[in-house]
Design a protein around this ligand. Structure first.
Ligand SMILES: [Zn+2]
Length: 414
């Protein structure tokens, strides 16, 4: 009674936070949930084996089929229902609850930034695993499987339904194509809450850093380096553009960034190239700052082309196209939103420290659509993600599995 009166005088946000808290502590009292959490911790060696196994199957963005097939096999083996691969290549499996809603999606991404042919063999060095993609996001995939297995072993039932998804296209030029397909087609209109397990540690990401990515192509007539000397050079224009881009000023708060990440072009050392290209990435959690750095980048490229043409006296010789190849929306889920509270409170209830943070992940898309979404870590400690020297320290990594499991159960409550 007293509790009821207390709730009446609280603001609605505080009331929902209180409701959430009692739900989570109630959940922790349930024998099946306790059993599932214990199973998730005890099976950490198996989680690590899965993490290594998934990681040793190459999965560059757009080439995720083989790793996806392995996840499909795991989903089938674990008894998930309607295990399927959608048009984009996302692997889905359902764990039906008493009702269709709330319908929660727990996802981890299949793809890596590493091109075909990269050595993906994982090496163990005491507590440290070394291999490209070992943390980002093989840890997430392994935790996904661990949640399903532990819930099954402990016989946990939920009022709502959970769909587990191993999705394609999170990294680089994948441009969130997996979650775009998931939200706009495969599960359109069905998803009430979305959690991506991406990367390592225990954290809750509720702010989406947006990004614009361009492939810029400079073209000219090209010719013999000696015989045709005097032509404007597409690579010269690109060099000028890069020099200007590197001088751009950006705000520190909100953190706004730019990077020329890849360049290419030309045919031989003794030819004036007819083409040069570069890929550029710009990011900010603030849509206005992102638009501003984008505008400065466009100006830099155009000015560089003009300068190169003027230098050689034949205006208009070099032409440029700027193709938008990546457009990840910025957005956020408010700190007071139940899903963010649940992310933090499940960690706290388990005795872990979770901070709020920002990032560029699959959650960008649902956040931009106004669908409750967060990204959490899979535990452990990752280093040098996106580098060939990527490593993962397994110390206390089970914490990530327990956090993800309890959050899954909490979100699937009425
Ligand atoms: Zn990732």
């Amino acid at each position: 009674m007293r509790k009821g009166i207390l709730v009446l005088v609280l603001t609605s946000a505080a009331a929902s936070a209180t409701a959430q808290q009692s739900t989570i502590s109630d959940l922790l009292q349930k024998a099946a949930v306790k059993l599932a959490l214990a199973a998730a911790k005890a099976a950490e060696p198996q989680t690590i084996e899965d993490q290594i196994r998934f990681c040793e199957i190459a999965a560059p963005s757009f080439k995720e089929e083989a790793r996806g097939a392995e996840l499909k096999r795991a989903f089938d083996q674990l008894g998930l229902q309607s295990v399927r691969i959608d048009k984009a290549g996302n692997v889905l499996g359902d764990r039906p609850g008493a009702a269709a809603h709330p319908h929660v999606v727990i996802a981890a991404h299949l793809d890596t930034v590493f091109p075909e042919g990269t050595n993906v063999k994982v090496r163990r060095d005491g507590n440290v695993l070394r291999g490209p993609g070992i943390g980002d996001d093989c840890r997430g995939l392994a935790v996904l499987v661990r949640i399903v297995q532990s819930l099954k072993d402990a016989g946990v039932t939920t009022p709502g339904t959970v769909t587990f998804v191993a999705n394609v296209g999170e990294e680089g030029l994948g441009d969130l194509r997996g979650v775009k397909a998931l939200f706009n087609d495969t599960m359109k209109g069905q998803i009430d809450a979305f959690v991506s397990i991406d990367g390592t540690g225990v954290h809750v990401t509720n702010v989406a850093v947006g990004s614009h990515r361009y492939r810029v192509t400079f073209k000219g007539p090209g010719g013999h380096s000696f015989g045709a000397f005097g032509l404007a050079n597409p690579m010269g224009a690109m060099g000028r553009a890069i020099a200007k881009i590197q001088e751009m000023q950006v705000p520190q708060h909100p953190k706004t960034t730019f990077n020329v990440g890849r360049v290419g072009g030309g045919t031989s050392v003794n030819s004036i190239p007819f083409e040069a290209w570069m890929e550029v990435d710009m990011r900010s959690s603030d849509p206005a700052s992102l638009a501003a750095v984008d505008a400065n980048f466009q100006k830099a490229v155009d000015a560089a082309v003009t300068e190169e043409n003027q230098r050689w006296g034949k205006a208009g010789t070099i032409t440029v196209t700027k193709e938008l190849v990546g457009d990840r929306p910025a957005g956020s889920t408010p700190e007071r939103a139940p899903i963010v509270r649940a992310g933090l409170e499940t960690a706290a209830a388990l005795g872990f420290n979770a901070n709020l943070g920002e990032g560029s992940t699959d959650s960008n898309l649902p956040m931009s659509l106004g669908i409750p979404a967060i990204t959490i870590g899979g535990g452990g400690r990752g280093r040098e993600a996106h580098a060939l020297t990527e490593s993962f320290d397994v110390t206390d990594a089970w914490q990530g599995a327990q956090h993800a499991l309890l959050l899954t159960v909490a979100l699937a409550q009425k």
